[in-house]
Design a protein around this ligand. Structure first.
Ligand code: FA5
Length: 340
Protein backbone atom coordinates (compact mmCIF):
# COMPACT_ATOMS: atom_id res chain seq x y z
CA UNK A 1 0.00 0.00 0.00
CA UNK A 2 2.78 2.43 0.95
CA UNK A 3 4.34 1.75 -2.46
CA UNK A 4 1.09 2.82 -4.16
CA UNK A 5 1.14 6.17 -2.38
CA UNK A 6 4.78 6.66 -3.21
CA UNK A 7 4.08 5.95 -6.89
CA UNK A 8 1.13 8.35 -6.99
CA UNK A 9 3.22 11.04 -5.30
CA UNK A 10 6.11 10.58 -7.75
CA UNK A 11 3.72 10.89 -10.68
CA UNK A 12 2.34 14.09 -9.21
CA UNK A 13 5.86 15.47 -8.58
CA UNK A 14 6.89 14.72 -12.18
CA UNK A 15 3.84 16.57 -13.53
CA UNK A 16 4.47 19.49 -11.19
CA UNK A 17 8.15 19.70 -12.13
CA UNK A 18 7.24 19.79 -15.83
CA UNK A 19 4.57 22.42 -15.40
CA UNK A 20 5.62 25.93 -16.48
CA UNK A 21 2.74 28.18 -15.51
CA UNK A 22 0.31 29.03 -12.74
CA UNK A 23 -2.76 27.79 -14.66
CA UNK A 24 -1.15 24.37 -15.10
CA UNK A 25 -0.32 24.19 -11.38
CA UNK A 26 -3.94 25.03 -10.50
CA UNK A 27 -5.14 22.15 -12.73
CA UNK A 28 -2.76 19.69 -10.99
CA UNK A 29 -3.90 20.92 -7.60
CA UNK A 30 -7.51 20.21 -8.60
CA UNK A 31 -6.58 16.77 -10.01
CA UNK A 32 -5.04 15.63 -6.70
CA UNK A 33 -6.61 17.65 -3.91
CA UNK A 34 -9.91 18.88 -5.46
CA UNK A 35 -13.31 17.53 -4.51
CA UNK A 36 -13.27 14.93 -7.31
CA UNK A 37 -9.53 14.40 -6.98
CA UNK A 38 -7.26 11.45 -6.16
CA UNK A 39 -7.03 12.17 -2.42
CA UNK A 40 -10.80 12.56 -2.07
CA UNK A 41 -11.35 9.22 -3.89
CA UNK A 42 -9.02 7.49 -1.38
CA UNK A 43 -10.87 9.03 1.56
CA UNK A 44 -14.24 8.07 0.03
CA UNK A 45 -13.12 4.42 -0.20
CA UNK A 46 -12.43 4.13 3.55
CA UNK A 47 -15.93 3.02 4.71
CA UNK A 48 -15.85 0.04 2.36
CA UNK A 49 -12.45 -1.19 3.60
CA UNK A 50 -11.85 -3.81 6.33
CA UNK A 51 -11.48 -1.95 9.66
CA UNK A 52 -7.79 -2.80 10.08
CA UNK A 53 -6.88 -1.07 6.78
CA UNK A 54 -8.90 2.11 7.32
CA UNK A 55 -6.45 3.96 9.53
CA UNK A 56 -3.52 3.34 7.17
CA UNK A 57 -5.45 4.54 4.11
CA UNK A 58 -6.62 7.68 5.93
CA UNK A 59 -3.09 8.57 7.02
CA UNK A 60 -1.65 7.75 3.60
CA UNK A 61 -4.23 10.00 1.85
CA UNK A 62 -3.48 12.92 4.15
CA UNK A 63 0.29 12.54 3.76
CA UNK A 64 -0.16 12.38 -0.03
CA UNK A 65 -2.22 15.58 0.03
CA UNK A 66 0.36 17.36 2.17
CA UNK A 67 3.26 16.28 -0.06
CA UNK A 68 1.45 17.34 -3.27
CA UNK A 69 0.64 20.77 -1.80
CA UNK A 70 4.28 21.27 -0.76
CA UNK A 71 5.52 20.31 -4.23
CA UNK A 72 3.03 22.74 -5.78
CA UNK A 73 4.15 25.61 -3.51
CA UNK A 74 7.83 24.86 -4.24
CA UNK A 75 7.25 24.93 -8.01
CA UNK A 76 5.19 28.10 -7.75
CA UNK A 77 8.02 29.98 -6.06
CA UNK A 78 10.55 28.54 -8.58
CA UNK A 79 8.41 29.88 -11.44
CA UNK A 80 8.13 33.28 -9.75
CA UNK A 81 11.95 33.44 -9.46
CA UNK A 82 12.37 32.50 -13.12
CA UNK A 83 9.94 35.16 -14.29
CA UNK A 84 11.53 37.81 -12.06
CA UNK A 85 14.98 36.97 -13.40
CA UNK A 86 13.66 37.17 -16.99
CA UNK A 87 12.03 40.51 -16.27
CA UNK A 88 15.29 41.82 -14.83
CA UNK A 89 17.14 40.76 -17.95
CA UNK A 90 14.62 42.65 -20.03
CA UNK A 91 13.13 39.53 -21.64
CA UNK A 92 9.62 40.02 -22.93
CA UNK A 93 10.07 43.80 -23.01
CA UNK A 94 8.69 45.24 -26.21
CA UNK A 95 9.63 48.90 -26.64
CA UNK A 96 7.21 49.24 -29.57
CA UNK A 97 4.12 48.64 -27.42
CA UNK A 98 2.09 51.76 -26.59
CA UNK A 99 2.57 52.94 -22.99
CA UNK A 100 -0.09 52.32 -20.35
CA UNK A 101 -2.76 55.01 -20.60
CA UNK A 102 -2.15 57.88 -18.18
CA UNK A 103 -5.31 59.37 -16.71
CA UNK A 104 -5.15 63.05 -17.62
CA UNK A 105 -6.71 65.82 -15.59
CA UNK A 106 -8.54 68.77 -17.10
CA UNK A 107 -8.56 72.50 -16.52
CA UNK A 108 -10.77 73.79 -13.73
CA UNK A 109 -13.82 75.63 -15.15
CA UNK A 110 -12.72 78.82 -13.34
CA UNK A 111 -9.29 78.58 -15.01
CA UNK A 112 -10.92 78.01 -18.40
CA UNK A 113 -13.14 81.07 -18.17
CA UNK A 114 -10.33 83.13 -16.63
CA UNK A 115 -8.16 82.40 -19.68
CA UNK A 116 -11.03 83.28 -21.98
CA UNK A 117 -11.58 86.58 -20.15
CA UNK A 118 -7.84 87.36 -20.38
CA UNK A 119 -7.84 86.63 -24.13
CA UNK A 120 -10.87 88.85 -24.73
CA UNK A 121 -9.42 91.81 -22.85
CA UNK A 122 -5.98 91.33 -24.40
CA UNK A 123 -7.65 91.50 -27.82
CA UNK A 124 -9.00 94.93 -26.74
CA UNK A 125 -5.46 96.09 -25.88
CA UNK A 126 -5.49 95.43 -22.14
CA UNK A 127 -2.52 94.15 -20.13
CA UNK A 128 -3.05 91.32 -17.62
CA UNK A 129 -1.56 92.26 -14.23
CA UNK A 130 -1.14 90.53 -10.92
CA UNK A 131 -0.95 91.55 -7.26
CA UNK A 132 -0.30 89.95 -3.86
CA UNK A 133 -2.99 87.89 -2.13
CA UNK A 134 -1.59 88.81 1.28
CA UNK A 135 -2.02 92.55 1.18
CA UNK A 136 -1.42 95.63 3.30
CA UNK A 137 -4.39 97.38 4.86
CA UNK A 138 -3.09 100.48 3.09
CA UNK A 139 -3.73 99.07 -0.41
CA UNK A 140 -6.84 97.03 0.40
CA UNK A 141 -8.61 99.90 2.19
CA UNK A 142 -6.84 103.10 3.02
CA UNK A 143 -5.49 104.18 -0.36
CA UNK A 144 -8.86 103.16 -1.83
CA UNK A 145 -10.44 105.93 0.18
CA UNK A 146 -11.67 103.79 3.09
CA UNK A 147 -10.37 105.69 6.16
CA UNK A 148 -9.73 103.49 9.25
CA UNK A 149 -13.22 103.79 10.77
CA UNK A 150 -15.16 104.07 7.53
CA UNK A 151 -18.45 102.11 7.73
CA UNK A 152 -17.94 100.74 4.19
CA UNK A 153 -15.24 98.49 5.65
CA UNK A 154 -18.09 96.55 7.24
CA UNK A 155 -18.99 95.21 3.79
CA UNK A 156 -15.72 93.34 3.64
CA UNK A 157 -15.41 90.68 6.35
CA UNK A 158 -11.70 90.25 6.46
CA UNK A 159 -9.15 87.59 7.40
CA UNK A 160 -6.43 89.44 9.28
CA UNK A 161 -2.86 88.13 9.27
CA UNK A 162 -1.43 90.10 12.19
CA UNK A 163 -2.54 91.59 15.51
CA UNK A 164 -1.79 95.17 14.47
CA UNK A 165 -4.35 95.03 11.63
CA UNK A 166 -1.88 96.00 8.91
CA UNK A 167 -1.72 92.74 6.96
CA UNK A 168 -4.71 90.84 5.56
CA UNK A 169 -5.92 88.46 2.87
CA UNK A 170 -7.15 90.86 0.21
CA UNK A 171 -10.93 91.13 0.12
CA UNK A 172 -11.03 92.28 -3.49
CA UNK A 173 -8.71 92.86 -6.45
CA UNK A 174 -9.11 96.65 -6.23
CA UNK A 175 -5.82 97.16 -4.26
CA UNK A 176 -4.04 96.40 -7.52
CA UNK A 177 -5.55 99.66 -8.85
CA UNK A 178 -3.25 101.59 -6.52
CA UNK A 179 -0.26 99.34 -7.14
CA UNK A 180 -0.76 99.79 -10.89
CA UNK A 181 -1.08 103.59 -10.67
CA UNK A 182 2.12 103.67 -8.60
CA UNK A 183 4.07 101.64 -11.16
CA UNK A 184 2.67 102.68 -14.55
CA UNK A 185 1.95 106.05 -16.07
CA UNK A 186 -1.29 106.73 -18.01
CA UNK A 187 -2.56 105.73 -20.49
CA UNK A 188 -3.35 102.54 -18.56
CA UNK A 189 -5.58 99.71 -19.69
CA UNK A 190 -5.33 96.65 -17.48
CA UNK A 191 -7.25 93.77 -15.99
CA UNK A 192 -6.27 91.96 -12.81
CA UNK A 193 -7.71 88.48 -12.37
CA UNK A 194 -7.04 86.90 -8.99
CA UNK A 195 -8.06 85.13 -5.84
CA UNK A 196 -9.73 87.06 -3.04
CA UNK A 197 -10.93 86.11 0.44
CA UNK A 198 -13.80 87.05 2.71
CA UNK A 199 -14.89 85.81 6.07
CA UNK A 200 -18.39 84.95 4.82
CA UNK A 201 -21.45 82.93 5.76
CA UNK A 202 -21.22 80.29 3.03
CA UNK A 203 -24.15 79.44 0.77
CA UNK A 204 -24.83 78.57 -2.87
CA UNK A 205 -23.49 81.94 -4.05
CA UNK A 206 -20.96 82.86 -1.33
CA UNK A 207 -17.53 81.33 -0.82
CA UNK A 208 -14.74 82.44 1.51
CA UNK A 209 -12.23 82.10 -1.35
CA UNK A 210 -13.30 83.22 -4.79
CA UNK A 211 -12.02 85.06 -7.86
CA UNK A 212 -12.50 88.55 -9.13
CA UNK A 213 -11.43 90.34 -12.28
CA UNK A 214 -10.57 93.99 -11.78
CA UNK A 215 -10.50 96.37 -14.72
CA UNK A 216 -8.73 99.73 -14.74
CA UNK A 217 -8.55 102.30 -17.53
CA UNK A 218 -6.95 105.72 -16.97
CA UNK A 219 -6.40 108.22 -19.73
CA UNK A 220 -7.41 111.71 -20.79
CA UNK A 221 -11.12 112.06 -21.51
CA UNK A 222 -12.33 108.66 -20.25
CA UNK A 223 -16.09 108.64 -19.56
CA UNK A 224 -18.92 106.43 -18.28
CA UNK A 225 -19.72 105.78 -21.95
CA UNK A 226 -16.34 104.06 -22.33
CA UNK A 227 -17.07 101.98 -19.23
CA UNK A 228 -20.46 100.70 -20.42
CA UNK A 229 -19.22 100.23 -24.00
CA UNK A 230 -16.27 98.14 -22.81
CA UNK A 231 -18.35 95.92 -20.54
CA UNK A 232 -21.01 95.45 -23.23
CA UNK A 233 -18.40 94.44 -25.84
CA UNK A 234 -16.83 92.03 -23.40
CA UNK A 235 -20.17 90.39 -22.52
CA UNK A 236 -21.19 90.17 -26.19
CA UNK A 237 -18.03 88.21 -26.96
CA UNK A 238 -18.36 86.02 -23.90
CA UNK A 239 -22.03 85.08 -24.37
CA UNK A 240 -21.91 85.38 -28.17
CA UNK A 241 -24.97 87.64 -28.21
CA UNK A 242 -26.09 91.09 -27.11
CA UNK A 243 -27.40 91.15 -23.54
CA UNK A 244 -29.44 94.04 -22.16
CA UNK A 245 -27.57 95.82 -19.40
CA UNK A 246 -28.44 98.48 -16.84
CA UNK A 247 -26.56 100.74 -14.44
CA UNK A 248 -27.86 101.34 -10.93
CA UNK A 249 -26.26 103.73 -8.47
CA UNK A 250 -23.87 101.81 -6.21
CA UNK A 251 -21.54 102.93 -3.45
CA UNK A 252 -17.84 102.07 -3.40
CA UNK A 253 -15.54 104.67 -1.75
CA UNK A 254 -12.96 104.38 -4.52
CA UNK A 255 -15.24 105.40 -7.41
CA UNK A 256 -17.39 108.47 -7.99
CA UNK A 257 -19.95 108.05 -9.41
CA UNK A 258 -20.25 104.36 -8.55
CA UNK A 259 -22.62 101.82 -10.11
CA UNK A 260 -23.89 98.30 -9.95
CA UNK A 261 -23.86 96.89 -13.46
CA UNK A 262 -26.61 94.31 -14.12
CA UNK A 263 -27.17 92.08 -17.12
CA UNK A 264 -30.43 90.63 -18.35
CA UNK A 265 -30.68 87.03 -17.14
CA UNK A 266 -29.11 84.80 -19.82
CA UNK A 267 -31.43 81.88 -18.85
CA UNK A 268 -34.95 83.26 -18.98
CA UNK A 269 -37.29 85.94 -20.26
CA UNK A 270 -39.74 86.20 -17.40
CA UNK A 271 -37.89 85.29 -14.23
CA UNK A 272 -36.19 82.14 -12.95
CA UNK A 273 -34.22 80.82 -9.96
CA UNK A 274 -30.92 82.26 -11.21
CA UNK A 275 -32.25 85.84 -11.35
CA UNK A 276 -34.55 85.41 -8.31
CA UNK A 277 -37.50 86.08 -10.64
CA UNK A 278 -36.26 89.61 -11.44
CA UNK A 279 -34.85 88.90 -14.97
CA UNK A 280 -31.73 90.86 -13.94
CA UNK A 281 -28.45 89.42 -12.65
CA UNK A 282 -25.89 91.56 -10.83
CA UNK A 283 -22.69 91.44 -12.83
CA UNK A 284 -20.21 93.81 -11.21
CA UNK A 285 -19.44 96.93 -9.23
CA UNK A 286 -17.92 99.75 -11.25
CA UNK A 287 -17.57 103.49 -11.63
CA UNK A 288 -15.26 106.39 -12.39
CA UNK A 289 -11.97 106.24 -10.46
CA UNK A 290 -12.20 108.59 -7.46
CA UNK A 291 -9.80 111.61 -7.61
CA UNK A 292 -8.36 110.56 -4.22
CA UNK A 293 -7.39 107.18 -5.69
CA UNK A 294 -5.69 108.87 -8.64
CA UNK A 295 -3.84 111.11 -6.20
CA UNK A 296 -2.80 108.09 -4.07
CA UNK A 297 -1.21 106.72 -7.26
CA UNK A 298 0.42 110.09 -8.03
CA UNK A 299 -1.78 110.71 -11.08
CA UNK A 300 -3.12 114.23 -11.69
CA UNK A 301 -6.97 114.09 -11.49
CA UNK A 302 -7.18 117.44 -13.30
CA UNK A 303 -5.61 115.88 -16.36
CA UNK A 304 -6.71 112.25 -16.25
CA UNK A 305 -9.94 110.38 -15.61
CA UNK A 306 -10.55 106.67 -15.51
CA UNK A 307 -13.01 103.89 -14.93
CA UNK A 308 -12.74 100.73 -12.89
CA UNK A 309 -14.85 97.61 -12.52
CA UNK A 310 -14.64 94.41 -10.50
CA UNK A 311 -16.68 91.29 -11.20
CA UNK A 312 -16.90 87.91 -9.50
CA UNK A 313 -15.42 85.35 -11.86
CA UNK A 314 -16.92 82.33 -10.09
CA UNK A 315 -20.44 83.68 -10.48
CA UNK A 316 -19.74 84.35 -14.15
CA UNK A 317 -18.61 80.74 -14.59
CA UNK A 318 -21.83 79.62 -12.87
CA UNK A 319 -23.86 81.68 -15.36
CA UNK A 320 -21.83 80.39 -18.26
CA UNK A 321 -22.24 76.68 -17.45
CA UNK A 322 -25.51 76.75 -15.50
CA UNK A 323 -23.84 75.67 -12.21
CA UNK A 324 -26.18 76.04 -9.26
CA UNK A 325 -23.78 76.07 -6.30
CA UNK A 326 -20.50 77.98 -5.98
CA UNK A 327 -19.22 75.44 -3.43
CA UNK A 328 -18.69 72.86 -6.20
CA UNK A 329 -15.63 74.83 -7.36
CA UNK A 330 -13.50 74.08 -4.34
CA UNK A 331 -15.30 70.93 -3.20
CA UNK A 332 -12.71 68.68 -4.85
CA UNK A 333 -15.38 66.26 -6.12
CA UNK A 334 -13.96 64.66 -9.27
CA UNK A 335 -17.47 63.82 -10.53
CA UNK A 336 -18.01 67.58 -10.86
CA UNK A 337 -14.55 68.45 -12.21
CA UNK A 338 -14.45 65.65 -14.78
CA UNK A 339 -17.37 67.21 -16.63
CA UNK A 340 -15.15 69.99 -17.97
C1 FA5 B 1 -16.00 94.75 -4.88
O1 FA5 B 1 -15.33 93.84 -4.42
C2 FA5 B 1 -15.39 95.93 -5.56
N1 FA5 B 1 -13.96 95.89 -5.41
C3 FA5 B 1 -15.78 95.96 -7.02
C4 FA5 B 1 -15.44 97.23 -7.71
C5 FA5 B 1 -14.25 97.33 -8.44
C6 FA5 B 1 -16.30 98.34 -7.65
C7 FA5 B 1 -13.91 98.52 -9.08
C8 FA5 B 1 -15.97 99.50 -8.31
C9 FA5 B 1 -14.80 99.59 -9.01
P1 FA5 B 1 -18.29 93.59 -4.35
O2 FA5 B 1 -18.06 93.40 -2.91
O3 FA5 B 1 -19.68 93.89 -4.80
O4 FA5 B 1 -17.36 94.72 -4.95
O5 FA5 B 1 -17.79 92.26 -5.12
C10 FA5 B 1 -17.71 92.19 -6.51
C11 FA5 B 1 -18.24 90.85 -7.00
O6 FA5 B 1 -17.56 89.78 -6.33
C12 FA5 B 1 -19.70 90.60 -6.71
O7 FA5 B 1 -20.51 91.17 -7.70
C13 FA5 B 1 -19.79 89.11 -6.72
O8 FA5 B 1 -19.91 88.62 -8.06
C14 FA5 B 1 -18.43 88.67 -6.21
N2 FA5 B 1 -18.51 88.26 -4.81
C15 FA5 B 1 -18.60 89.02 -3.70
N3 FA5 B 1 -18.61 88.27 -2.57
C16 FA5 B 1 -18.53 86.97 -2.98
C17 FA5 B 1 -18.51 85.71 -2.32
N4 FA5 B 1 -18.49 85.61 -1.00
N5 FA5 B 1 -18.43 84.58 -3.07
C18 FA5 B 1 -18.39 84.68 -4.41
N6 FA5 B 1 -18.41 85.83 -5.11
C19 FA5 B 1 -18.50 86.97 -4.42
Amino acid sequence: MQDDYQKTLEEAQTKIGACADATGLKAIEREYTGKDGVVQALLASIPSLPPEERRGVGQGANQLKQAVLEALAGRESELAQVSLAAERKGEGYDPTLPPAAVQRGSLHPVTMVMREVEDLFQSMGYSVLDGPEVELDYYNFEALNFPPDHPAREEYDTFWCDREGKLLLRTHTSPVQIRTLERLKPPIRAIVPGRVFRHEELDASHEHTFHQVEGLVVDEGVTVGHLTGTLKSFLRELFQRDLDVRLRPGYFPFVEPGFEFDIRCPFCEDGCRVCSKTTWVEFCGCGMVHPNVLRAGDVDPEKYTGFAFGFGLDRLVMLRYGIDDIRHFMGGDLRFLEQF
